[in-house]
Design a protein around this ligand. Sequence first.
Ligand code: KG4
Ligand code: ZN
Length: 341
Amino acid sequence: MNVLGIETSCDETGVAIFNTDAGLVAEALHSQVDLHALYGGVVPEIASRDHIRCLLPLIEQVLAAAGVDRPDAIAYTAGPGLVGALMVGSGMANGLGLAWNCPIIAVHHMEGHLLAPMLEDDAPEYPFLALLVSGGHTMLIAVRELGDYTVLGTTLDDAVGEAFDKTAKLLGLGYPGGPALALLAEDGDDSAYVLPRPMLNQEGFDFSFSGLKTAVMLEVKKVRDAGMLDACRADIAASFQRAAVDTLVGRTLRAAKAENLQRIVVAGGVGANVLLRRDMTARFDGEVFYPRLEFCTDNGAMIAVAGALRLADASAATEIRAQARWSLNTLSAPGTTLALA
Ligand code: KG4
Ligand code: ZN
């Protein structure tokens, strides 16, 4: 079966075809980063309009690349995300589902992220611990089976990707700042500044990044006032990245131990961070799985594979789902009711 995956939850228009025998057969992505960079962040109305402009041509492109006239099922991101952006993908999926008379599957965006390693040859077996780190989320999830998710911890304030982006902005780097900050950090000394590792030794598995962000802000102000910002930027970037990665790895290892899980999946945009990948693999006794770099950030392939794994939830195209908030805890195994609450 060929499953068409559609991702439009934020600022990437992602489309892919996943074949249940052959795996990923075609994939295309249009990033809106340049449009939003002018504003220093994602502008929801601009995001929706650009999805409308790009989605159908991208779908035609992947169908042609896969040599498929029409898919056997359509999976789309139904949430969480920007409602206007989600409605573009949802409306398109339902419209095409009616036109092609094929069933559709509403996919949870974060389930897409945590299943992205299933696109690889060395896909993880269940159970595993997932660290989902993106611009909007920082979560630790015990994944017992497909659809059996327990959120163990989440951020109490900023998401870690947001902390990367805000620190990058303070250092005069563009948006989104995560990749640029990681690049700058390569030239810096990560012990130059003593920054907090928030909640590293506290009970539970929640995260907090606002204290780290404030500490960086104070350091930047100090060096800027001294006219030294240019000379210190790389050291600040490296020290920030080191503190953020220490926090993520430390909390994740604690959770894996407490939940007795021998496999870890790191996914989401910040999962592309090389230091995070290197440290997690080096410090964990068990196996660590990552999506390939381009499937860490938002993409259609992760939605297509999640849809393929959830074919039992496929239904006639009759309901346009688009939900800004949607807890992973409410999901259930394929074939049981998919709660959108
Ligand atoms: O998953 P994603 O594409 O979108 C959301 O659902 O948020 O994640 C985007 C986030 C941004 O905050 C970006 O700065 C961050 O992922 N990011 C990185 C890296 N690549 C992307 N952060 C740190 N290091 C990277 N290499
Ligand atoms: Zn995402």
